[in-house]
Design a protein around this ligand. Structure first.
Ligand code: FPP
Length: 251
């Protein structure tokens, strides 16, 4: 994972989104919360297309967190159904747009039907290379780091006797979505300013954009606003502003 390549804003290579505000969107309209999630799927479709058009290469969406199982059982079950149907329907659209679908998270907790639908959708779009969409389902940033350490010990048992061999790149390679570069821009909709255990390790230097728009209302214009804001950011990666200016002049 090379951080220095992305100095100086421009277009983000990897955008991660915490899609928040579905419940509030529905409650404000005296509708059941699940209606907000349903409308949220339409925003997912709009944002995938808009991000691909803007040249984003990796888009990661927080669809269901490890903690979302704590919601009322009716909401969890409705979310599961919605997820299975949306995956099936959207995979075809992704294929047409050249978008590769990948799913990251502990999938063992999902029904066999959902796991099968995930595998089929991933296989269908395997050859697409315009953009990689990672849907994070039963995902948590801490879970990801814990699993990475388990993977390291399984794949490289000698490390247990040589902890000095644990490096940042070894951890990178063993994370759930080892296919994506670090997150450049993390967007949270719905007005809150929390990371909520979404991507942690790979978002160490992400720029954070909090949008007041509730996810079901989030559209191309909102994404555009976040991308324009990002393009004006100076990314320092621990250096000083002067050092960054000098690096820009060297190019
Ligand atoms: C947070 O809003 C949203 C979720 C927990 C679910 C998001 C899921 C989708 C939009 C479906 C995704 C489907 C695919 C295929 C990617 P909230 O309920 O916490 O909203 P609130 O803060 O207003 O209560």
């Amino acid at each position: 994972m090379s951080e220095t390549k992305q100095i100086g804003g421009g277009a983000p290579c990897h955008v991660a989104i915490i899609m928040d505000g579905n419940g509030r969107w529905a409650q404000r309209r005296f509708m059941p919360r699940v209606e907000g999630h349903r409308r949220g799927v339409q925003s997912v479709r709009r944002v995938i297309e808009a991000a691909a058009k803007r040249g984003v290469r990796y888009l990661s969406l927080f669809a269901f967190s490890s903690e979302n199982w704590r919601r009322p059982p009716e909401e969890v079950s409705a979310l599961m159904k919605l997820f299975a149907t949306a995956l099936h329907k959207e995979a075809q659209a992704m294929l047409e747009h050249g978008v590769r679908l990948r799913v990251a998270g502990d999938l063992t907790a999902f029904s066999e039907e959902i796991q099968q639908s995930i595998r089929k959708s991933e296989a269908l779009t395997e050859h697409c290379d315009r953009m990689v969409l990672t849907v994070c389902a039963n995902y948590g940033g801490r879970w990801d780091v814990v699993e990475a350490f388990k993977n390291i010990l399984k794949r490289h048992p000698e490390v247990a006797a040589h902890p000095e061999r644990i490096t940042e790149s070894l951890i990178d390679e063993n994370l759930a979505f080892d296919w994506a570069p670090p997150v450049d821009l993390m967007i949270r909709t719905g007005g809150e300013q929390r990371i909520s255990n979404f991507i942690l390790w790979q978002a160490a230097y992400a720029e954070l954009f909090a949008s007041p728009t509730l996810w079901p209302d989030f559209d191309e214009t909102d994404l555009e606003e976040a991308l324009n804001w990002y393009s004006r950011r100076e990314r320092r990666f621990g250096m000083t502003g002067e050092q960054i200016q000098a690096l820009g002049e060297d190019k």
